[in-house]
Design a protein around this ligand. Sequence first.
Ligand code: FES
Ligand SMILES: [Fe+2]
Length: 384
Amino acid sequence: MFINFWYVAGRSDTLTDQPIKRRMLGQDFVLFRDTDGHAHCLSNTCTHRGGSLAGGRIKGDCIECPYHGWQFDGSGRCVRIPSLGANGRVPGRARVDAYPTIERYGLIFAFLGDLPEAERPPLMEIPEHTGSEPDAGWRATIQHFDWDFDYRRSIENGIDGAHNEYVHPTHSYSGERDTFVPAPELVHTEWGTGFWVEREAPPLADEKMRAASGRHKDAVIRAGTGHHGISSLWTFIYPTPDIKIHQYLYETPIDSGHTSLYLVNLRNFMLEPEHDERMKYRNENTAGQDRDVLMDVRPTLTPESRSKELFVPSDGTIAAYRDKLTEWEARGWRIDTDEVERNRLKVAYAIPSPARRESKGWILDPIPTLPAGESIADRKAANE
Ligand code: FES
Ligand SMILES: [Fe+2]
């Protein structure tokens, strides 16, 4: 798992007037709204005696620890320690880490890392959703799943052009034809790799969609997919030139082997709300087909060495994703999960927040990361 990326901390509509505890990157966070309705994301561990802030109450613009009532504002600053009395001076060191948040597309994004704003990898934007609602001509649905697999395995599945034929029977012909071998056009960006492909597909299985598209026969459909950053995925599907499905999937590692998936699906047809459930059902069905495969791949976590799997030409996007992981690990962004696990009962860590670059004297240790420079994959390759 990696610090220094934007992750979805939750759906906007689930954060109301009560704090929520969220586990991300193997650590606990508290989400709450202030009196203006702004969402905040703080490290959940109180700096006093380690109370769980999410178990407390919202008091004005602060979250109040349930143990001794210390209050922390949205910037993480402790503003009240009741046991000091009315005029007590609250020490600056009582602060907790607070993470930049952006609320957009019905989701709450938190930047879990300490990079200053100018250096942060950008979150994956949705160009068809520039306001609080999708742009005219588009309809959006949001779905959330918590599933038991490694987010990297899931992203690799998303950018794997050879899996659709076998994993998704409605996408193609389940291996009955030899025409599925993709000849993808690869797309490389600063933060990701993807591809576009044209492939033969059977008529749409869904009767309503078949009617909406006017496509009743086999056809060549155009589709593209790619990852952005560590764990976001875009997928564009054009069953006909006029029908567009644009999917934006944001994956948040809960911990090693468990992942929250947030899917924003935009469509430019069947725009009436009554069709939302049909679209969501289709998406859940397809995602469930991926989940069933991914939960049983071994090892559970993406192997550190490429020699422990066989790569063929259609795996080029996956190799490119792993190159990006190696690059981000070499920047010092990869969490040392072995060390965290070793100290699980002894140390409460915090993901370092940007404020740690400005001031010293933080109570919680920053989560250990692998040293910048050489990655694990580099070291393994050197030894092979
Ligand atoms: S542990 Fe939070 S106020 Fe004491
Ligand atoms: Fe899939």
